[in-house]
Design a protein around this ligand. Structure first.
Ligand SMILES: Cc1cc2nc3c(=O)[nH]c(=O)nc-3n(C[C@H](O)[C@H](O)[C@H](O)COP(=O)(O)OP(=O)(O)OC[C@H]3O[C@@H](n4cnc5c(N)ncnc54)[C@H](O)[C@@H]3O)c2cc1C
Length: 499
């Protein structure tokens, strides 16, 4: 059943599991726990469509440190941020889980294998209907030893879109007998009540209801999970006393920047685009091939994990381009047809930008705290101090240099600009692209001194309070996080189903 909180009678709603937030994490959990064995409530702050009132709750964020668009890239609606994501999926690498001496604070308290067991389920939940494999392999013998070919997958529904979790699961949830979805239902307070916990929900116009649950899971996104917990800790100091000092700490993203630009003539363009491109199809499995730093290179040079892709653009309308266009009048049509068949488009002379995605080293001082001002629900706004550190800059420089030397030595391209070789590795405030990947601020750790949740994603020192999402990731590798978020939710569903 899906209904607005406005339509719910004013009496305590009892359930076994209450999930707060209907994004990729919350919807995954709800769908897996809805197996007829328990009563589940999924409370979502937004409605079925994006609207300005709900979105306004994300607008006021105070910022220090490296600026980024914290008011953008979050959606308060059934489906969460998957209403706008671009569907790029990849698994974390085994090295991302390892404690690395050169990255203080690295190391997950669960192994790669423990999470990898849930990736196949996560792939299906992210829409990969026909499986994950089936992308052609390219000859890698050209690539320098420091680098590896890395592939991201996308599942494209044919409507120009990637899976919106809300659209995919709404019909199932409407039919469900033991799963109740409450829309316009914002969590504002939590209060322990004997062996259960009361969650206070309210609508934007002030209607209030209480849900009493055995277990509560926050799935509100990478920034909101921390902001909510900070507000809850202030409201009920005893509830989260054990973890209060670490809530909001170690906030990370994936710093992303264009670190080099190269000019490619017709034959260089063909060669590079065959190896590294976004191979699109009209519908179904797409993939993007790029480069990543090998684990051995990271260890040898003390670097973070990182990857890079080339983004191609037809060269401007200079004399050489005009001559090329005149000499190849059918190019546009041929490129379009090749793209439709999932082949690399051959555009003639192009400019290739190298775009890097970097893992961040966890930094205690990169953090989310609370601003003084309150939103319309009475919760204090987030204040975010995001820090980009020296290891990320060094990694960006190393990766840019490795690609640059390889392209130059192989006669594959002519460099036009190399900002990634400068001291900041092109990771300057205002110069980075938004990744909208909010990670780490309620991280997983075996001890409450180092993290907010334990290996079962239960908040240390609480009975039935859990968190799921990018915020529980102790480090984030270089890949887009949603596949891993869904795998974490599937793992949590198994745990909750057994407890
Ligand atoms: C433009 C764009 C492109 C992206 N592309 C990719 C990509 O290609 N690949 C990838 O892996 N990731 C991508 N991402 C990131 C991806 O969308 C997120 O990682 C993912 O959606 C996070 O899922 P989540 O469930 O943790 O959080 P969200 O999807 O943000 O869901 C959180 C939910 O909680 C609700 N909520 C918040 N506070 C409350 C409250 N107090 N009470 C009740 N409900 C609440 C929100 O309304 C929301 O529905 C992209 C993001 C953007 C913006």
């Amino acid at each position: 059943m899906i209904e607005s909180l406005h339509a719910v009678p004013d009496a305590i709603i009892e359930c076994d599991v209450l999930i707060i937030g209907a994004g990729a994490a919350g919807i995954t959990l709800a769908s897996l726990l809805d197996d007829g064995h328990r009563d589940v409530v999924l409370a979502e702050g937004g409605g079925m469509a994006v609207d300005a009132t709900a979105q306004s709750l994300f607008k006021s964020v105070q910022q220090r440190g490296t600026p980024f668009a914290a008011q953008e890239g979050r959606y308060r609606v059934f489906g969460g941020t998957t209403v706008a994501w671009t569907g790029r999926c990849a698994e974390l690498d085994p090295i991302d889980f390892a404690e690395r001496a050169w990255i203080p604070g690295s190391g997950w308290p669960i192994t790669h294998a423990e999470l990898a067991a849930f990736y196949p389920q996560a792939m299906r939940l992210c829409g990969f209907a026909d499986g994950w494999e089936g992308v052609p392999t390219a000859a890698d013998n050209d690539i320098p030893a420091e680098l590896e070919r890395f592939v991201w997958r996308f599942w494209h529904d044919g409507g120009g879109r990637y899976q919106n979790f809300g659209e995919r699961f709404a019909a199932d949830f409407r039919r469900s007998l033991r799963l109740r979805v409450l829309l316009d239902a914002n969590l504002t307070r939590i209060e322990p009540a004997a062996d259960r916990t009361d969650a206070h929900l309210r609508t934007a116009d002030g209607a209030r209801r209480t849900v009493r649950a055995r277990q509560i899971v926050l799935c509100c996104g990478g920034i909101e999970n921390a902001r909510l917990l900070l507000n809850l800790a202030e409201d009920s100091p005893n509830l989260l006393a054990g973890v209060a000092p670490v809530i909001g700490r170690y906030f990370m993203q994936h710093p992303r920047a264009a670190t080099a630009r190269f000019a490619l003539d017709r034959s260089q363009s063909k060669r590079l685009q065959r190896m590294f491109n976004r191979f699109r199809r009209a519908k179904g499995l797409e993939y993007e091939a790029g480069l990543s730093l090998s684990a051995a290179t990271q260890a040898r040079h003390g670097l973070a994990n990182a990857s890079a892709v080339f983004r191609y653009a037809r060269r401007g309308w200079g004399l050489d381009s005009l001559i090329d266009v005149a000499a190849h009048p059918g190019d546009g049509l041929i490129s379009g047809l090749r793209r439709l068949r999932g082949r690399e488009p051959l555009l003639g002379p192009v400019t290739a930008s190298l775009v890097v995605d970097l893992e961040q080293a966890p930094d205690f001082d990169s953090r989310i705290t609370l601003a003084r001002r309150r939103d319309s629900l009475g919760l204090r706004h987030a204040a975010i101090d995001w820090r980009v550190g020296a290891i990320e800059q060094r990694t960006s420089r190393f990766l840019t240099a490795a690609v640059h030397y390889w392209l130059r030595a192989g006669g594959l391209a002519r460099p036009l600009a190399l900002p990634g070789l400068e001291s900041s590795g092109a990771l300057e405030a205002g110069g980075m692209f938004e990744s909208y990947h909010h990670l780490g601020a309620t991280r997983m750790a075996t001890s409450p001194r180092n993290g907010v949740v334990d290996t079962d994603l239960r908040i240390h020192g609480t009975q039935g309070l859990y968190v799921c999402g990018g915020s529980v990731m102790p480090t984030g590798g270089h890949v887009n996080p949603t596949l891993t978020i869904v795998a974490l939710a599937a793992r949590l569903a198994k745990h909750l189903g057994q407890s």
